[in-house]
Design a protein around this ligand. Structure first.
Ligand SMILES: *[C@@H]1O[C@H](CO)[C@@H](O)[C@H](O)[C@H]1NC(C)=O
Ligand SMILES: *[C@@H]1O[C@H](CO)[C@@H](O)[C@H](O)[C@H]1NC(C)=O
Ligand SMILES: *[C@@H]1O[C@H](CO)[C@@H](O)[C@H](O)[C@H]1NC(C)=O
Ligand SMILES: [Zn+2]
Length: 527
């Protein structure tokens, strides 16, 4: 059954005469039944026609003393010479008028959005674009961006209808009108779902977005700038100050009379329908985390490029990132880790936690099994690194890796060279030192990229393993961020105290390994 009531008759006539499409008519009659909007336009016109030609109340409909409002008034230039009242309107609402309306006229309110821009043909076009972007997806979000002048037209039509129902002694709040976007969803979602074979799901990470424009009527919004200059502040990245947000705000502020006085024209039928400016597919970032070991002393953590020239063949980031890129069909990624090691420092033990943001992946399901296979592949592809605990994580979880980084403890093993001969017992005293406080001026080697400062760091404890008269292993537990190399060689006195001052001789560091990074994230996986 067609869900219009007797009381709607007048409003339907007013809206049709104002050039509304059937779906907009239903919206303004507050019809909230989804299936009604999914009827074809032809069916809708037939139903409207039947409703209007239901003889019963036709005579009442014609009787109306006042036009709804002065500025936005029913008008049909061909047939009506005299616009001073509505008595001519009933004639115009013959089936002939209605059907003519169907074929030729673009809706003055939705500018075609609820006509040809929501039906099967249109949806097919969108899906064609989606196909050619070749994403894998198992559900989707559909978002549309509508030109802001639709808000102005909606407002004008609301005032028109409000006036009409006011004369019938009732009220129409703006919220009672069915939102254009809502109705648009009702119509398009089932069509999209059918065409693409997956459900529409608000929680999906895969988004299809369509941006509509209607240049012909862009000027509709401009008068609002004089009414509410505060609403339209230029912003850096927007092309126009007339954003939907700003227009919406201005329309909330403007008084009905001011609007009617200043909106300088009737809602003329537009020449053309809204046009699609852009159809875009995006997938939210996916985050992958794990731990890596680095066994090479010639492998930087991230690509090492100076003045556009590569200094090292590869990097940890690339050895892990490239296979990930291929598997998830990603254009770009963003690598981060819990601290970093120098190119000549190995990362042993449980490895260093890292996280990779995969930007706009074209794959959207990430089974753990595939991650395990990928890990195997990375392990097998090189002897420079190994990866473990590779897993999908949330963006929020990455915070665990970064938070409190400075307070964490790190363990190192350093191979030390001494200038003078040492005996086994000469180094034992180092193990007695607990929470040794260092003042470290920014090391010379990083001064080109870090500001000059003095930072205080703790060496919590040290252990020694004597090798020969000029070598020993020093195992250190330090506060994160301690410059271990500088502690050993002193950095020309910029780190105080340093191993040299403690031992009264020149000392140097030959090799350094990170033994553990005490961050218990990401969770360990059973493998
Ligand atoms: C990369 O990650 C960092 C920190 O995790 C973040 O600040 C930055 O915006 C990200 N870059 C991109 C392009 O997403
Ligand atoms: C990769 O190597 C690491 C370190 O040896 C190991 O823990 C992990 O289980 C390996 N992963 C796979 C899938 O082989
Ligand atoms: C280094 O020299 C200082 C002062 O001469 C002395 O007190 C200290 O015991 C010496 N340390 C070692 C390890 O020889
Ligand atoms: Zn419409």
């Amino acid at each position: 059954m067609f869900p219009l009531k007797e009381k709607d008759r007048r409003v339907v006539q007013v809206l049709l005469s104002a050039g509304c499409c059937p779906r907009c008519v239903l919206r303004f009659c507050c019809v909230g039944i989804q299936t009604t909007y999914r009827l074809s336009r032809k069916e809708l016109f037939t139903e409207l026609h039947k409703f209007l030609n239901d003889d019963e109340s036709k005579p009442e409909a014609v009787e109306c003393n006042q036009p709804p409002c002065k500025k936005i008034r029913l008008q049909d230039s061909e047939k009506s010479d005299d616009n001073s009242d509505l008595s001519g309107a009933a004639e115009l609402l013959s089936s002939e008028y209605v059907l003519r309306n169907d074929q030729a006229q673009i809706c003055t309110v939705c500018l075609g959005i609820l006509q040809d821009q929501c039906e099967k043909e249109f949806v097919k076009k969108v899906c064609g674009e989606v196909d050619s972007a070749s994403y894998h997806f198992s559900n989707l979000v559909f978002s549309v961006s509508l030109p802001p002048q639709l808000l102005v037209r909606e407002h004008a039509t609301w005032l028109l209808v409000k006036q009409e129902v006011g004369q019938q002694g009732s009220i129409l709040a703006k919220d009672d009108i069915l939102q254009l976007k809502e109705v648009y969803k009702w119509i398009t979602h089932p069509l999209l779902s059918e065409e693409l074979g997956v459900p529409v799901d608000g929680k999906s990470l895969f988004e299809i977005s369509v941006v509509f424009a209607h240049p012909e009527t862009d000027g509709d919004c401009h008068f609002l700038a004089t009414v509410c200059p505060d609403c339209f502040r230029p912003t850096k990245n927007k092309q126009s100050v007339f954003t939907r947000m700003a227009v919406g705000k201005a329309l909330e502020k403007i008084k009905d009379d001011d609007f009617l006085q200043q909106f300088p024209y009737r809602l003329e039928p537009p020449k053309g329908s809204c046009v699609v400016q852009r159809i875009q597919c995006t997938h939210n970032s996916v985050y992958v985390a794990g731990r890596y070991n680095k066994f090479s002393r010639t492998l930087p953590q991230t690509p090492w490029v100076i003045d556009g020239e590569r200094k090292m063949e590869s990097s940890v980031e690339e050895l892990i990132g490239e296979p990930l890129k291929k598997l998830f069909k990603v254009d770009n990624l963003n690598f981060s880790s819990s601290g970093r090691e120098d190119v000549d420092v190995r990362a042993l033990g449980n490895g260093r936690p890292f996280a990779i943001e995969l930007l706009n992946p074209h794959r959207t399901s990430f089974p753990q099994q595939e991650l395990k296979e990928l890990q195997e592949k990375i392990n097998g592809s090189t002897d420079k690194i190994r990866v473990r605990d590779l897993q999908i994580v949330t963006r929020e979880a990455i915070g665990h890796m970064k938070e409190g980084e400075e307070e964490k403890t790190k363990s190192y093993r350093a191979l030390i060279w001494t200038e003078k001969a040492i005996g086994k017992n000469d180094i034992d005293f180092l193990e007695e030192l607990k929470d040794l406080k260092l003042d470290q001026k920014t090391p010379l080697r990083v001064l080109h990229r870090r500001p000059l400062a003095v930072r205080t760091r703790l060496i919590h404890s040290m252990k020694v393993e004597y090798i020969d008269q000029q070598h020993f292993h020093l195992i250190l537990k330090t506060q994160a961020g301690t410059y271990v190399k500088e502690f050993v060689h002193g950095d020309f006195g910029r780190t105080k105290p340093n191993l040299g001052t403690l031992m009264n001789m020149t000392t140097d560091i030959l090799e350094l390994d990170v033994e553990s990074v005490d961050v218990d994230w990401p969770p360990t996986l059973d493998e």
